[in-house]
Write a protein that binds this ligand. Structure first.
Ligand code: ATP
Length: 218
């Protein structure tokens, strides 16, 4: 089984996440995508909804696809969850799976500050996806992308249809650009604006009924 992994805070989950992994799933012929909402951070982060709410919203959103699933592996863990530990536990759990770790360019740029990035990359194929505001060419200096040439990055940055490049266990995927972020959604909520067409209606209803992101929730 080819298993895609998308970790995130999902604060809240939106169509930028959902469409991205749907395209990756089709392009790389993955069998399933597992969404992994992060648990409680070690220090209080302003605007971060409780892990239970983020888990529930993600669960509601992924219900729409038979190919999507959700894992509570980070929710259940006490203390900080490091991706390398999460992936290590998942590889032990899904013995017959080949893993594809999906990261937006922005997330990949942070990789050097993560715990044991080399070990993390040894556990899975790496799938870097495009995101509006970021270019593959920004990855040129990354110590973790030595086998990808500048010309390939430039070609993908210019591509106007979904496309991908593979080099060993690294994939660069140019996907349809949806300029949506959880932070822009939280800003719209604070400003009392509509969220329609940025995230599933069911997630919007959950946010409204639980009064999330209005500044008063824990
Ligand atoms: P925030 O705005 O709060 O920082 P976010 O929208 O970036 O949140 P995360 O939960 O931090 O969402 O993202 C999880 C993963 O999904 C990351 O790898 C991120 O790069 C990717 N991602 C999020 N939004 C998009 C998008 N619109 N297009 C492509 N990838 C995305």
């Amino acid at each position: 089984m080819k298993l895609g992994i998308l970790g995130g805070t999902f604060n809240p989950i939106h169509y930028g996440h959902l469409r991205a992994v749907e395209e990756v799933r089709e392009m790389l012929e993955l069998d399933k995508i597992l969404f992994i909402p992060s648990g409680k951070p070690s220090f209080k982060k302003p605007e971060l909804a409780d892990a239970r709410h983020r888990f529930k919203m993600t669960g509601i959103a992924v219900k729409g696809s038979p190919h999507f699933g959700i894992s509570d592996i980070e929710l259940k863990r006490r203390g900080v969850s490091y991706s390398v530990d999460t992936l290590g536990r998942l590889t032990a759990q899904y013995k017959n799976a080949e893993f594809f770790l999906v990261l937006g360019i922005d997330a990949f740029l942070d990789l050097p500050s993560w715990k044991q990035p080399d070990k993390l990359l040894s556990l899975a194929n790496l799938v870097i996806i495009s995101r509006p505001g970021f270019s593959f060419i920004n990855l040129l200096t990354s110590p973790y992308l030595k086998t990808v040439h500048k010309k390939t990055m430039e070609r993908l940055d210019k591509a106007d249809v979904p496309d991908f490049y593979k080099s060993k266990n690294v994939f660069l995927c140019k996907i349809t650009g949806l300029d949506v972020s959880a932070s822009s959604i939280r800003r719209l909520i604070r400003d009392g604006k509509s969220l329609k067409y940025l995230l599933p209606d069911s997630v919007e209803s959950y946010i409204i009924s639980n009064k999330l992101y209005k500044g008063s929730e824990k």
